[in-house]
Each structure stands twice: as C-alpha cells, then as structure tokens.
Ligand binder design. Structure first.
Ligand code: NI
Length: 226
C-alpha cells in the first residue's frame, strides 16, 4: 500500500525546519549506503548524530504521534530516528531495495523495516526531477508531494529517486517496524478502521459501531507483535 499522509507538518514548521537544514553540515550519502546501494546512490545526507537531524526529527515524530491517518495505516511499533537527504545538480539514487534490518543508533536495538517514509521539505515547483519511483505490487508509482506531506510505502519495494536537474530536493526519510508484520493484514485493519470511523461519524449510536470496533481490536489482539 502506498499512502499519502498530507500536512504532517504545518507551513510554519516546514519553514523552521528548512532554516535549520539549510545551515547544517551535510555529508556524502554513500556513508550510510549498503553494498548494493553504494553503486547507485549520489546525494547528500545529514550525519545521524547531527543536532539538526535530532531536532527536526523530533518535530516529525511528535507530529506523527498525533496523526490519526498515519497511526491507523502504519500501526507503528518502533520508528527509526528520521534522517535527511538533499539532491541537486543531477544527483540521483538509482533502483535499490532498503535493508531489511536496521540498528537504532546509540541503542543497538534491531528493527525490521516494514514501511518506508519520505517527508518532503521542498515544493514540487522548486525543483525538476527528484520523483520517488516505487515499484509496488500493482505497478510503478511516481511520487512528488508538497512540502510538509509524507508518503508511506512498503519497504519491500524496489524504488529510486530520479535525477534532480534544477533546484534542490530536500526530504526526510526513515523506516518503521509495524505491530502488524504482514502488509495484507495491515491493509485489512486500515480499511476496517476507515469504515468504522465513517460509520461512527454518520451514525454514532448505531450498535454496529461498537461491535465492529470490538472486531477490529480483537483482530489486532490476534495479529499484533508488541
Ligand atoms: Ni531507499
């Protein structure tokens, strides 16, 4: 499932983050690429211990923790600290797959990457190229979102970032382990939650609302790893 999460950050938060990111010290993105990724990766990143990465990362995680669409779709168990990249002057990241297991910096805790997140900090008209191309089960999808919006996509997918031929593409990217490992089960729970919310909004006292909410939680109880 590819899902757009609109307006994760407000325009004021985007501006605050961009001022911090513009002044930060960037390094070659190959520093964190795996064996396969290093051949096709050409971008800049913030070091994981960068104070700016920590500060803006906290802003993102705080916003996501109160975002109902994100929480319902991702059912996150652990989220890696957000990282940041920028592309300009033809830089690109060719087709690759993200590593399946990552270690949380500083803690040594291992995390299975179920879902990948890309949050955009530049608007689409600020740069040419820089589309995130994701090869999903149902074909290829091209993603380029307004600043403050985020895409959630399966970490199992092959994906790439096309060359940025004008301007600068500035994004945060990170991974999460979901309480629901299986993408099909996760999609079922999301569909059910959306339907329950709609039914509850239209007809709050209908007895099916509480019964379906019970079914939702009992499925979650059966399937979740916590
Ligand atoms: Ni990737």
């Amino acid at each position: 499932m590819l899902l757009e999460i609109p307006q994760v950050l407000t325009p004021a938060q985007v501006n605050e983050a961009r001022a911090l990111l513009d002044a930060a010290a960037w390094i070659d993105g190959k520093a964190t690429a795996g064996h396969q990724g290093a051949h096709v990766k050409d971008n800049l990143q913030l070091p994981v211990d960068s104070p700016v990465a920590r500060q803006v990362g906290q802003m993102i995680l705080k916003a996501l923790s109160t975002n109902p669409l994100f929480m319902s779709a991702a059912l996150p168990l652990h989220i890696l600290p957000p990282m940041f990249n920028r592309y300009s002057g033809g830089q690109t990241f060719g087709t690759h797959v993200d590593g399946s297991i990552r270690v949380v910096p500083g803690t040594g805790q291992r995390l299975r990457t179920d879902l990948s997140c890309t949050l955009f900090f530049a608007d689409p008209d600020e740069y040419d190229g820089g589309e995130l191309i994701v090869e999903d089960t149902y074909g290829t999808k091209s993603v380029k979102l307004p600043a403050g919006h985020m895409i959630l996509y399966p970490s199992t997918s092959l994906h790439q970032v096309t060359p940025v031929t004008r301007g600068t593409r500035l994004c945060s990217f990170f991974w999460l382990q979901s309480m629901i490992r299986d993408g099909g089960q996760r999609a079922l729970l999301f569909d059910m939650d959306v339907a329950i919310q709609r039914l509850g909004a239209e007809n709050p006292t209908h007895p099916s609302v509480v019964q379906l909410t019970g079914v939702y939680h009992n499925l979650l109880r059966q399937w979740a790893e916590v």
